[in-house]
Design a binder for this molecule. Sequence first.
Ligand code: PLP
Length: 392
Amino acid sequence: MKGDKDWGISTKAVHAGEIRYNEYGSVTTPIVQTSTFIFKNIDEIKKLAVGAVERFEYGRYGHPTQIAAEHKLAFLEGAEDAVLFSSGMSAITTTLFGLLKSGDHIIITDDAYRRTLEFCKACLVKFDIECTVVKMCDYEAMEKAIKPNTRLFFSESPTNPYLNIMDLERLIGIFKDKGILVVSDSTFATPYNQKPLEYGVDIVIHSATKYLAGHNDLLSGVVLGSKKLVEPVREFLKITGGVIDPNSAYLLIRGLKTFGLRMERLNENGQIVAEGLERHPKISRVYYPGLPSHPHHDVAKAQMKGFGAVVTFEVEGDCEYVLNFLSRLKIINIGPSLGGVESLITHPATISYYDKTRKERLALGIKDGLIRLAVGVENAEDIIADIEQALA
Ligand SMILES: *Cc1c(COP(=O)(O)O)cnc(C)c1O
């Protein structure tokens, strides 16, 4: 297997994790499209049974394309181990189920990914795992929420849709010496912009569907950390079964090869578009950690290399006004998700929170005029021009 922890991020993205000379001599890692791996003879079965050989056995327990992608991701994050899943949610739910037990207590921040919050509040409680939701960036509330049975703290940074930034040094200061595991969903940051493990975070999770795969063409999730913590999650995946299929693992590897290039462009595009929108008279507010007007700009500058390509903004107007604006866009597509080459725009009030009343949405901080733009790798001036013509 190729790889060196001192390589630059683009060298890792292209080469790390793959076998230098595979048996076919193909420069790409093959898609091993099989559900099972057959035994040459009885001797091989016996050897596997006593752990005398390392080999693949059955697709749910791992396959070569998956392993290559996992190694590449581990190098990119600077993690000892990585395990891939069929989606980000599969990674999150399997990690929490795998590491927690009845009677445990967890703390999660209030602007975590909506489905993660739902899982913690509605699902884990069924197994007698208690969950306290604290306000994002309220460090005193986090400390106060700790109980004798607190086992894990779960958070994200940056968050959706306001791009709040967790001060990782402060966070670790609160939880580390109490033996509480700190898990961070780093999807919005990517290993290009932020390395939570270097701050002492125990487990990093990504929805690899977003920036890592980068092409809006697959679903995947990854869990990264020490072998000691990742191994039980990998074992639990063998039971829960949310394994990534060989084709998606290949597409993820393919997408990752341009990870460095894409992130360079996406960081640049995010900043240019955020600055452009902040100057627009019809836009009342822009949320982007790279702008001095963002409440967590200083923390972001200190702990991140770039600020990504999600830009959230507010226009004055009701839901109908926003939907009319969206329908006039010519380049940007309307849809959820982020981190891909195509720019996508979403109106949280109608697209993500359609099942809530206006009052419930406002209580969650989701205003009618709030819009989330995931900038792609197009030319930034075309994206700004598209928004300008749609607002005109
Ligand atoms: C998309 C997303 C998830 C869920 O990932 P899927 O791949 O869609 O299952 C989790 N966390 C964050 C921050 C996300 O953006």
